[in-house]
Design a protein around this ligand. Structure first.
Ligand code: FES
Length: 573
């Protein structure tokens, strides 16, 4: 019996026998493609964030070639397309300002083109959530492929980690413990191969989130970019997306509530970045899963941190891969995971990790010898953060997790820079540093400035951590007792806007509270005097500030939450 050939989405372009069909096919053929590639086989879009201004994704054109090999081998037709690429280290004022803009580019590029399935090439921090968000709003069969981390940084016989080493060494320069010349010499030693940051920063965290969500093949998170096994994974990913199209394995079938719960728990187990909170909330919002900030606290509460990687621990991503990578961690916490969650390779998460080996118990700790017992990202409430704030206990100093101190307030990041090195600044290690107007609306874009450098006079005493509070984010490579994402933010009139020098603030992480010891009457008086900061008047910044949601909702634009599917009823001519 003859089986009926399925009609693919791309055939609404290439399968027409009229003038429009001629237009769609003929112009594609100018690249030398033969007619039979347009015969109804799966057309696979390779969504590429390559850019020389995004150094972490600088090898993605090469990686895309391996994906294409796999697509052709499986009988598909690959077409690579660029989308806005967000380079964390170059973009001002902050790459986060453009995450939602890039997600719109991704969504419309996928929906508007003759594509049946998508491979997302992701690496540098924001390139992962922006692609996942945009693709989720279309909901085609989709698979993720990360670019992989750089090889370990090596400086004078020591391993140095992306970001983490910068924060550490720059404080050493400020404390007079390292010369500026040595600091410069470390630059070319830290980043010496292609790939993304090799600490458990935001890029590695988000690659781990993609894998734990089931959105990639196993091992996606940790294979170094320079290891040929990354190219092999790319080829296998290309093969697999063709099958996913045939199975109609759409994103919404993988990105269920169970998948997000797995990701939240995984983030605790790897000591992942606080940035995962805003990104997972935003991705969940696009695919229609009800995920809340409180879920991170609740689900992460019983999860130990097992991965001894910087910034929480000692090692780097290359060590992590050789130790077994993410599958080894998932196997260790398998009793906390939904093992029946489907994944991109067609198997369940439980099937994928059932035999995952661990080769180094120092890098990936066993359950009974964790790096930290309770590693979930804590949600702080209290009168200073009515809608919540976050802290990463694994990167904090245990003695500061319960702390009461006098506030030293910086109204803006410029105010902070102008005051922090002033020897006359009235501050000591018991104070609480408060930074305002760095949230989604305030910066705008919620910059990674929450891990404020300490004042030199405190550093000179050998003190390396103080309690810091802001509405900003912090780099996933950073560390310290830093309360972030305070919501509502100061620029939206949150209580943070009302804090003044000398107020007493109490942080109590075990009690999940962040309180300012100022009476309600006094706070009301201050609120009456408060004026909101000026808003941008045109362009993307205006659209962003007018529509961005607060951090506890994922900082997506209000009109982008949800999905429009992949249908486009009208032709272009
Ligand atoms: Fe690109 Fe860290 S700066 S991954």
């Amino acid at each position: 019996m003859e089986t009926k050939k399925p009609v693919r989405r791309s055939q609404a372009w290439f399968g027409k026998n009229d003038r429009d069909g001629f237009v769609h096919r003929s112009w594609i053929k100018n690249q030398g493609y033969p007619h039979d590639l347009l015969d109804g086989r799966p057309v696979i879009g390779i969504c590429n964030t390559w850019s020389e201004l995004t150094p972490c994704n600088g090898h993605f054109r090469e990686l895309a070639e391996f994906v294409k090999r796999g697509v052709y081998e499986a009988g598909g037709f690959p077409l690579e397309f660029p989308v806005m690429s967000l380079g964390e280290t170059q973009l001002r004022p902050t790459a986060m300002l453009f995450r939602n803009l890039a997600s719109m580019d991704v969504e419309e590029s996928i929906r508007g083109n003759p594509i049946d399935g998508v491979v997302l090439l992701m690496g540098c921090d924001k390139t992962t959530p922006s692609l996942m968000m945009g693709a989720a709003s279309c909901d085609l069969p989709t698979i993720g492929l990360s670019g992989g981390p750089m090889l370990n940084g090596k400086f004078r016989g020591q391993d140095i980690g992306s970001g983490t080493g910068v924060w550490k060494m720059s404080e050493m320069v400020r404390a007079g413990e390292m010369t500026p010349a040595d600091f410069t010499a470390a630059e070319s030693c830290m980043h010496r191969s292609k790939g993304s940051c090799m600490t458990m920063g935001t890029a590695s965290t988000m690659a781990s989130m993609v894998e734990s969500l089931g959105m990639s093949l196993p091992e996606n998170a940790a294979i170094p970019a320079a290891d040929t096994r990354r190219n092999r994974l790319a080829q296998l990913t290309g093969r697999r997306i063709v099958e996913m199209v045939k199975e109609d394995l759409r994103m919404s079938k993988i990105l269920t509530r169970a998948a997000f719960e797995n990701a939240v728990r995984t983030n605790a187990a790897i000591g992942g970045s606080t940035n995962a909170v805003v990104h997972l909330l935003a991705i969940a919002g696009r695919i229609g899963v009800d995920l809340k900030l409180a879920d991170f606290d609740r689900l992460g509460a019983e999860v130990p941190c097992l991965v001894d990687l910087q910034p929480s621990g000692r090692f780097l991503m290359e060590d992590f891969y050789y130790a077994g990578g993410l599958p080894a961690v998932l196997r260790e916490i398998s009793h906390l995971l939904h093992l029946d969650a489907p994944t991109a390779n067609g198997r369940t998460l439980g099937e994928n990790i059932a035999d995952a080996p661990c080769w180094n118990r120092e890098v990936i700790r066993p359950l009974d010898k964790p790096l930290l017992a309770d590693a979930g990202i804590g949600e702080q409430g209290g009168n200073l953060a009515p809608d919540g704030a976050v802290i990463k206990p694994s990167a904090a100093s245990p003695h500061l997790l319960k702390h009461r101190g006098r506030a030293v307030v910086f109204e803006t990041i410029e105010h902070f820079h102008a005051r922090i090195d002033d020897e006359a600044l009235d501050i000591d290690e018991n104070c609480v540093m408060v930074l305002k107007n760095c949230g989604p609306r305030g910066y705008p874009g919620m910059a990674e400035v929450g891990n404020m450098p300490l004042p030199p006079k405190v550093l000179r005493k050998g003190i390396t951590d103080m309690v810091r509070i802001s509405d900003a984010r912090m780099s996933g490579t950073a560390y310290g007792t830093v309360v972030l994402h305070t919501s509502p933010e100061a620029a939206a009139g949150g209580p943070l806007a009302l804090v003044r020098d000398g107020d007493i603030i109490e942080l109590d992480v075990p009690a999940r509270s962040l309180t300012i010891e100022v009476s309600d009457e006094e706070l009301a008086r201050r609120r009456a005097e408060w004026t909101p900061p000026a808003r941008p008047e045109r362009g993307w910044a205006k659209l962003y500030v007018d529509h961005v949601q607060q951090a506890h909702l994922g900082a997506d634009l209000d009109f982008l939450v949800g999905s429009s599917g992949a249908a486009v009823p009208r032709d272009s001519h």
